[in-house]
Design a protein around this ligand. Structure first.
Ligand code: C3B
Length: 753
């Protein structure tokens, strides 16, 4: 692809390139990419993948697309010669907030890899007008505001396909938008297909508030990702959203299969559906419904067709995230779907002679995961440990029924975004040292040969310094905080959740603060960076944010401690922020309670960018530890087996741990009088009491070992040569976590495209 920006500038704006501002250039580049993508043919193949997901956390697209098209360097050079900085242009793009956390970002990495491998597969989801909320910090607390990205940004291309979705008592018309998904230096593409409501009404959303009228379904269904589901109205709205998503998806799938010659009896030869967590699992009864009610299939044959074409991924063992909907809700939302679900339940009970433990409908509640396992041909976990826990404990009765359906697919990340886009300095070093093959092979193991090569180690170190400079600039511009140049950068970025244990890192901060106060002056400054949003209805998570913000302010105001310790909580952490922060990190915090983090994917991004991991043996951390070896990672904490035992036997006594002198001091600091005066006393007391009496995710169990390990990490950091080697080994071994590898495995074992 050839681009002449000067000519294009004259044509679009009638002005020379040098005179355009960054927004105009951004819009122009988006046009160029969109127009070019429109000419690219789709990846072809008889069987097409439909990756169904409630979330696609795609991030900004411009840079990524320029990289995929292989024109990034050229565009950058043309802009530079007209006096423009591509980085500043990129910053004009508004990030679509179509996802929440790891699951949504994984879906985005997968789309990139599917396209890069040239496989025929599209993402299907919803076009949320406000996505997830925009996070602001007001009075040291999280405030949630609507994030209307659509009117500020538009990669969406209107597709002429539209369907009718029948709900109980009314029906709505949909509208489909596509975003082209390019693969790295491929001439063919895929799409992300986002369904919207024809009759959606943005004016239902008040200015600066995410509380909207949940009653007007025909107008509000696609306004928000995850409406507050702490009440019945919110929960019901989610079921409506989910049914809207899967009904459209199922109609699209049948439509396209028929267009390509399917008689529907052979549908599995034309389509395979990956159900990304339970949110899209109603696609199963919806496909059955369409085959029976619209296409005249017998129920049994419809079921047999559907059984051969849907596969399910489980992303968590947390009970709250394994969706269970009241049968009554299904009856309200889609009465025919409720009927089919009941029949599927009866059929399953008859076939397996099984008991309530694996039932789809039990006590008036529909277990979505159970339906997906019984009627899907495949179920996978997302890291080796997670899959093992599914097989041995959480889903054990299902594993006994269908051992052949289970498999592991350890998550991955796309190297195009997470080095080439996010870390140009490191990318350049890799090009020089390894040649450019790594961009597609994702094999970085060649670096190991340079483990004792001072020149290469120095270049990697220099790349880290550049990434830190870029992060410092970002944090100054967007958050107004200055980071010392020589600080160790220690990062925990992810959704705020007790199981991820941000509160444990907060306790470490308290410990460190007191330690410095006691005269133990660190060798150099430590900057601890958090980022993440808390679900609006998740009170304790909000309390944790409050504590972190309070610590940040408290320490910044302390003249003795602040030169050595800094706490930063990034406001509105998103993909764009991740791209600036992750490359700069020295320490990757992956400290979830063992067994609870299904995989984690930021752990992989940090490793790839040369951070050293400080972690519990949870999720994919276990695999990282196996790969890099003991000397290149820091692990601590109670094992997942022991954690499972403690839960099973109700043997964890939070209060006993709280009463240990070293621990009590830290927890009680949360409610010290100065904090209560400066912060929100209700939040602080609640958090304190929760930790002292409940501590459901056992932060107090691991805190002392964690502090010890962290101090070890900081001491080891001072041995700069040894640390650089650790960093090199981490990068070299990260190839295993390329999402291209993950997608190859999905394709070989599940999709067979
Ligand atoms: C997340 C899990 O919490 C992570 O461990 C995992 O790496 C990712 O999914 C991707 O597999 N997850 C999430 O972000 N949202 C959910 N509802 C469930 C799991």
């Amino acid at each position: 692809m050839k681009i002449d920006l000067e000519a294009r500038s004259q044509e679009k704006y009638g002005r020379p390139l040098a005179e355009l501002d960054d927004s105009a250039i951004c819009a122009m580049l988006e046009d160029i990419v969109r127009e070019h993508a429109a000419t690219m043919p789709l990846n072809e193949g008889k069987r097409r993948l439909y990756y169904l997901s409630a979330e696609f956390l795609i991030g900004r697209l411009l840079t990524n697309n320029l990289i995929e098209l292989g024109v990034y360097d050229d565009v950058k050079a043309q802009l530079a010669s007209a006096g423009h900085d591509l980085g500043a242009v990129e910053a004009r793009e508004v990030e679509p907030s179509l996802g929440n956390g790891g699951l949504g970002r994984l879906a985005a990495c997968f789309l990139d890899s599917i396209a890069t491998l040239g496989l025929p597969g599209d993402g299907v989801g919803l076009n949320y007008h406000y996505g997830l909320f925009h996070q602001r910090f007001v009075d040291l607390q999280q405030a949630a505001e609507p994030d209307g990205w659509l009117d500020r940004q538009d990669w969406l291309v209107r597709d002429e396909k539209a369907y009718t979705v029948e709900f109980g008592g009314f029906s709505v018309k949909s509208r489909l938008y596509d975003i082209d998904v390019l693969g790295y230096v491929r001439t063919t593409k895929n799409r992300l297909r986002l369904f919207d409501l024809e009759s959606v009404d943005d004016s239902l959303v008040p200015v600066n508030s995410i509380d909207f009228d949940k009653g007007e379904l025909a107008k509000n269904l696609t306004l928000f990702l995850y409406p507050d589901d702490s009440d019945d109205a919110g929960r019901l709205l989610r079921v409506y959203q989910e049914y809207f998503m899967v009904s459209n998806a199922a109609q699209l799938i049948l439509d396209e299969a028929m267009e390509r010659g399917s008689n529907l009896h052979d549908l599995p030869d034309y389509a395979v559906v990956q159900i990304n967590d339970t949110h899209p699992s109603m696609v199963i009864p919806e496909l059955v419904r369409l085959l029976v009610d619209v296409h005249g299939f017998e129920f049994d044959e419809a079921v047999s067709v559907v059984r051969r074409m849907v596969a399910y991924t489980n992303h968590t063992i947390l009970a709250e995230a394994l969706e269970k909907w009241p049968l009554e809700s299904l009856k309200t939302v889609a009465p025919r779907i409720a009927e089919i679900v009941i029949k599927l339940d009866e059929l399953e009970r008859a076939e397996n002679g099984s008991d309530d433990a694996v039932a789809i409908v039990r006590d008036g509640v529909v277990h979505m995961a159970h339906m997906a396992i019984h009627y899907g041909f495949s179920i996978n976990g997302v890291a080796a440990l997670h899959t093992k826990i599914l097989e041995d404990t959480e889903l054990h009765p299902f594993y006994e029924l269908y051992p052949e359906k289970f498999s592991n697919k350890t998550n991955g990340i796309t190297f195009r975004r997470w080095i080439m886009d996010a870390n140009p300095a490191l990318s350049g070093v890799l090009d020089d040292v390894l040649g450019t093959d790594w961009r597609t092979s994702c094999d970085l193991s060649g670096l190991l040969a340079f483990k004792d090569d001072d020149a290469v180690l120095a270049r990697l170190d220099n790349a880290k310094t550049q990434a830190k400079a870029s992060m410092r600039e970002f944090l100054w511009e967007t958050q107004g905080v200055r980071i010392p140049e020589d600080a160790i950068i220690d990062v925990q970025v992810k959704r705020i959740h007790e199981y991820k244990r941000q509160q444990m890192l907060a306790l470490y901060i308290i410990w460190k603060y007191l330690d410095i106060k006691n005269g133990n002056i660190p060798a150099r400054p430590l900057t601890i960076i958090f980022g993440g949003k808390a679900a609006p209805a998740y009170t304790i998570a909000q309390d944790i944010i409050h504590l972190i913000l309070l610590l940040s302010r408290w320490i910044a105001a302390d003249p003795v401690v602040s030169p050595y310790l800094q706490v930063v909580m990034i406001e509105n952490y998103n993909v764009s922020a991740a791209e600036r922060v992750i490359p700069a990190a020295d320490i990757s915090e992956q400290i979830s309670l063992a067994s609870k983090e299904a995989s984690g994917t930021s752990n992989m991004k940090f490793m790839l960018n040369g951070a050293v991991t400080l972690c519990t043996l949870d999720g994919a951390n276990v695999e990282i530890a196996d790969l890099v070896g003991d000397e290149n990672i820091y692990t601590f904490g109670t094992s997942s087996k022991e954690v499972e035992r403690l839960y099973a036997e109700h043997a964890y006594d939070a209060h006993a741990h709280y009463l240990r002198p070293g621990v009590k001091l830290l927890v009680d600091f949360i409610t010290n009088p100065a904090f209560l005066a400066l912060g929100n006393a209700e939040r602080l007391h609640r958090l304190h009491d929760d930790m002292a009496w409940k501590d459901w995710f056992m932060a107090l169990l691991d805190i002392e070992e964690y502090i010890q390990k962290k101090e070890q990490v900081l001491a080891d950091y001072e041995n700069r040569d040894a640390w650089r080697k650790k960093s090199l080994v981490n990068i070299a071994k990260a190839g295993a976590f390329s999402s291209d590898r993950t997608i190859r495995q999905y394709n070989e074992d599940i999709w067979h495209l």
